[in-house]
Design a protein around this ligand. Structure first.
Ligand SMILES: [Fe+2]
Ligand SMILES: [Fe+2]
Length: 442
């Protein structure tokens, strides 16, 4: 067990005794002595100890303590109920401060409704900092009504931070990145619909980050449904996130040119694979080899006809095939100024034309089986002229999901199209045009 794990364990023991005996009891003093000794030991080596909780995991620097997280789930829940997701202890911490701190957090959760740090400030504790994980303020970005950024925006901020430090050739923080991806994975199992909806509907701010995060979300969702383990899913997410990083070497003018590209310009764009692979090579130590492979291979195609042209033909790595499907899916569905956005059925048809050539046929079938033809959150018109929102895909028939009729007023209800054969989806309503007024239901 690492020293940090010991610190956390001792803290919890201390908290337990405080709750059982109260902070004045000798038993509490004994466990406080022990916890403080562990801290002193750690502060001989480092200035601060910062522990973060995201989703259901506990994290410290580059590590995520998945196993410890499982073991200490109730402790994590306890802290989260008190609005504590981040605990920072600084060198200089006194035993008195630690004791006061434990006394405060052993109190009822109602005390923590507001900013928990205030409680520490009031008690004069200077060397401990607690609260929510920091979220970067993005003025242009949608915080939800409650003023809390939603998970998509939160992840977007984290991802944007990491990506922009990569773009600035700074050192990256793999912990932050993996934590936000880990958070997405946790939510995928709990609020899958919610997150996929954001990824499929949230296209109005068509920035480069949106594409990166969407491809990462789709790839993680897809690979977890395929049965990959959580750690692998996270690595796949990282690789997917950086698949197009080589494009930073290519001018925006060329990338977004509305007219036909010259052969030279097209060659330039194709080079983003090789450039990306080379670039991610610098991050092998922190992010592993997968981002190199995926950046390099994601346009290689299933039948090996894509680019970069290789002297020796070789098959695409399975993860590259997964990312390639999600990449094209997002690129085709995304609204872009210079290109018409396609409705989901058209995307489905376009991609299926490439089944067996660009895309691994088995993987492609699975992808649409998991995603549905009409993605969750789509606004659709039915054969009886009513309007509905797609709520959940049905794997047995991708054309007949579970839907919620939202208009007209007297027809409002939930319908499983597998059960009700009289109804069917006629067409997709573009969420920026005729579907706009129904988006509030999505
Ligand atoms: Fe690409
Ligand atoms: Fe891409």
């Amino acid at each position: 067990m690492s020293k940090i794990e010991v610190v956390f364990k001792e803290l919890l023991t201390c908290l337990q005794t405080a709750k059982m005996y109260g902070p004045l009891h000798p038993m509490f003093q004994k466990s406080l002595d022990k916890a403080y000794a562990v801290f002193e030991d750690v502060f001989n080596e480092r200035q601060e100890v910062v522990i973060g909780i995201i989703g259901e995991e506990l994290a410290f620097e580059k590590e995520i303590f998945f196993d410890l997280g499982k073991l200490l789930r109730s402790a994590i829940l306890y802290l989260k109920e008190r609005n504590i997701e981040r605990l920072a202890f600084y060198r200089g911490l006194s035993k008195e401060e630690l004791g006061k701190f434990i006394g405060i957090i052993s109190g009822p959760k109602e005390d923590f409704k507001n900013d928990p740090q205030q409680l520490l400030d009031l008690a004069g504790i200077e060397n401990i900092n607690i609260g929510k994980l920091k979220v970067v303020d993005r003025k242009d970005k949608g915080a939800s009504e409650a003023g809390q950024p939603n998970l998509y925006d939160f992840s977007m901020d984290k991802v944007a931070q990491v990506v922009s430090s990569v773009l600035n050739l700074e050192k990256i923080d793999p912990r932050t990145l993996k934590l936000s991806l880990s958070n997405i994975i946790d939510s995928l199992s709990v609020q899958r619909q919610e997150l996929l909806k954001l990824a499929t509907v949230k296209r109005y701010d068509a920035e480069v980050y949106v594409h990166m995060l969407n491809v990462a979300i789709f790839s993680m969702y897809f690979s977890s449904r395929l049965g990959f383990e959580k750690n692998d899913v996270m690595d796949i997410g990282v690789a997917a996130l950086f698949h197009d990083i080589g494009k930073m070497y290519i001018s925006r003018k060329t990338l977004h040119k509305p007219d036909k590209l010259s052969e030279q310009e097209f060659d330039r764009i194709k080079s983003h694979t090789v450039l990306g692979g080379e670039f991610m090579f610098k991050y092998i130590e922190s992010l592993g080899i997968l981002p190199v492979v995926v950046s390099f291979e994601h346009h290689l195609k299933y039948n090996m006809s894509g680019y970069p042209r290789l002297p020796l033909l070789r098959k695409q790595h399975t993860i590259s095939s997964i990312v390639a499907i999600c990449d094209v899916y997002d690129a085709l569905s995304q609204r872009r100024g210079y290109k018409q956005d396609y409705s989901p059925d058209v995307v489905y048809n376009i991609m299926n034309k490439e089944r067996g050539s660009s895309f691994d046929p088995e993987l492609l079938d699975k992808f649409f089986q998991f995603m549905g033809l009409w993605p969750v959150g789509s606004v659709v018109a039915l054969n009886d002229a009513s309007i509905a929102i797609v709520r959940e895909e049905n794997e047995s028939d991708i054309r007949r999901p579970k839907i919620e009729v939202v208009s007209p007023e007297d027809k409002k209800r939930l319908v499983d199209l597998i059960q009700d054969n009289s109804l069917s989806i006629e067409r997709y309503l573009n969420p920026w045009k005729e579907g706009k007024e129904y988006l509030r239901f999505a």
